[in-house]
Design a protein around this ligand. Structure first.
Ligand code: GLY
Length: 381
């Protein structure tokens, strides 16, 4: 069996690693593995603080992946010999005014009704945990189970672990999927890049926001949703910083601050639907700096390390597309992870391994095949 994975972001890499562990012949095609949305992400593993009203089905998938994370991190660190910055301090969802407090109380009620953990904190209690947050923070929820990981370290560890397991990387751009015949229900036989044709018995489309740009995979209902982030670091030596992920809204605009090693912080993230443009916007960066400084005033003293934008792969229901693509034998998707690509990395690996090797697909993932959209619209690949 020869599996070709189109896309070397987290979804493609974790699938390759899991297959590589079984001794399978795996090739990843990507001009620059790990440099897309996977390297721009905040790295939050936050099913509770990202639980939205009306998305309870997806929450079950998020929670399932979350429960795999500790073991996954240990296994990957052992296999790659690299640390991935898995942090378990938790997340603080802050409130600046009475409206925010009411909103937080409502969210907490929803979270608790689903059996999730969220503890109310007063402003004074927040500052015991995070002394450098603004005195204007009136209160918060503490979600201890919402963790984080250094997504860039994660990408490097996965590439390293893949290489150690014999996964081949072809650093070229995939153009199209080739089928055995031109009939609509034909099996895959290869992937074509700008340079060559790579034979395959199974193909996984894991090209994030670009997934439906691959000829032969146009039926995938995935679109780009830009997110801008800023990385900041202390100017010198010991400095004020944060230890928890801090998130909330400032005058209605969402903002999060995710701590990294050595006092670095990742600030994110905006949402813009501007096609495949990944130039950060002045307005987005201004908004993030303005709002992050409001909650963490010391930000003014920090130096800017990087300003970036990435394209989240959005789907019509904000949930991923994991599994066989209708009508084409051997063609699969692992894409559409939207805001949860990092959180869903362990589950994506397990689920795709099961689909590709004929194993038992975990119950939590069965509702998330790409067919849920193609059968609605009648679209064909
Ligand atoms: N999960 C964080 C983001 O997409 O911004």
């Amino acid at each position: 069996m020869k599996v070709v994975i189109v896309g070397g972001g987290l979804a493609g890499l974790v699938t390759a690693w899991r297959l590589g562990q079984t001794g399978c012949d795996v090739t990843v095609i990507d001009p620059a593995p790990g440099t897309g949305a996977s390297s721009v992400a905040g790295g939050m593993l936050a099913p509770v603080s990202e639980a939205w009203f009306g998305e309870e089905d997806r929450l079950a998938l998020d929670l399932a992946s979350h429960s795999l994370w500790r073991q996954f991190a240990n296994e990957l660190e052992a296999d790659s010999g690299l640390e991935i910055g898995f942090k378990t301090e938790g997340t603080i969802q802050f409130a600046f005014n009475q409206d925010d407090l009411r909103d937080l109380a409502r969210t907490r009620e929803f979270q608790l009704s689903l059996g999730l953990d969220a503890v109310e904190l007063s402003g004074a209690e927040v500052r015991v945990l995070e002394p450098f947050l603004s005195p204007n923070v009136l209160g918060a929820s503490l979600v201890k189970s919402d963790h984080s990981v250094d997504n860039r370290a994660l990408v490097i560890a996965l590439i390293t672990a893949c290489e150690a397991r014999g996964v081949e990387f072809i650093r070229e751009k995939a153009i199209s999927i080739e089928f055995e015949t031109i009939s609509d229900d034909s099996n895959v036989r290869a992937v074509t890049t700008e340079m060559q044709l790579i034979p395959a018995s199974q193909v996984v489309i894991a090209a994030g926001a670009w997934s439906s740009q691959i000829v032969g995979a146009e039926s995938l209902d995935v679109r780009p949703i830009m997110g801008e982030v800023i990385r900041v670091a202390p100017r010198s030596g010991a400095a004020a910083t944060i230890t928890h992920t801090i998130r909330g809204t400032v005058r209605g605009f969402p903002v999060y601050l995710v701590p990294r090693a050595k006092g670095e912080i990742v600030i994110g993230a905006t949402q813009l639907e501007t096609g495949f443009d990944i130039q950060p916007t002045a307005g987005g960066i201004f908004q993030l700096l303005r709002d992050a400084r409001e909650v963490f005033p010391y930000l003014s003293e920090m130096r800017i390390v990087e300003i970036m934008a990435g394209l989240r792969p959005g789907s019509p229901d904000n949930a991923p597309l994991l599994g066989p693509i209708a009508n084409h034998g051997g063609l699969y998707a692992a894409t559409g992870h939207y805001r949860n690509g990092v959180l869903l990395t362990p589950a994506t690996g397990d689920v795709m391994l099961a689909y590709l090797t004929g194993g038992t697909v975990p119950e939590y993932a069965r509702a998330f095949t790409p067919e849920r959209f193609t059968s609605l619209s009648g679209a064909r690949g």
